[in-house]
Design a protein around this ligand. Sequence first.
Ligand code: GTR
Length: 323
Amino acid sequence: MKLVTTSLAALVVASGAAQACEITLRSSDTHPEGYPTVVAVEAMGEMLEERSDGRICVEVFHSAQLGEEKDTIEQTQLGVIDLNRVSLGPFNNIIEETKVFSLPYIFRSTDHMHAVVDGEVGADILAEFSNHDLVGLAYFDGGSRSFYNSKKPITSVADIEGLKFRVMQSDVFVDMVDALGGNATPLPYGEVYSSIQTGVIDGAENNWPSFESSGHYEVAGYYTLDQHLIVPEVLVMSKTKMESLSAEDQALIRQAAKDAVPVMRDLWAKREKASEEKVRAAGVEIVDDIDKTPFIDAMDVVYEKHVTSDKLKDLVTRIRAVE
Ligand code: GTR
């Protein structure tokens, strides 16, 4: 009996080895292991592996192992990286249409953002990636972003005056901080912690999970929930890589990416709460009763500067019309 069990186990191992991945998609993420975006792409990989009988696998390189977002986007366009989970922000200077999702206060809530990205506008913007050597596969959550800094609690727009904030590498965000009276410094995510620590910048802006997982809360003890941005994130694929695969495999990848979205949303909601608890417990001073109206009003200049073409104007109108 023992013999049979052993040989069965050996058979399972052997067949596992025989079905080694024929295609391994290398995927980039700036976030650490266990972060919702990382886990969601791993979940997508598990679905793909199962549905392709072990032929297609995904290997997630977390913690910016493959580089900072701006560089990994270029590498994905070149086909050096196969999959990339990134914020839409760093795409703004490359794919104009993505700007509309990076406009301050464009989304009324996370539910509104979900309704937009899950609908026609979301599909239209995802389709734009194919004009830039990429395939847009799915939208992930990026929560709402707010300002944090090492100097003082921000209780009104006036408090932002003269403070230096890191922003993602997009002109929209530079203009957003300028419009509030602050100074914007576009920097890669990985440089934010040390830049705050050494006083090169006073702060940055992000959502609860990023503020927490990056450790920025350790060096920036004031967080004001002005929620100026809800920027969706995207999972993109190299177009060259996608087109090198059979139609069946392409469909499997698209479907697995879609199926990873609810997994992601569930993980995100849980992590937002856990990160908030951790940051509050660490003693960060949180301003959560800020009057957002003056912040919203100050953004008119950002819209005037960036929403100039009929195409973008139309997209903004369509986003606002979504219930
Ligand atoms: C995070 C986002 C990352 C990255 C980062 C940043 O919220 O998930 O993709 O864009 O912000 O500020 O650079």
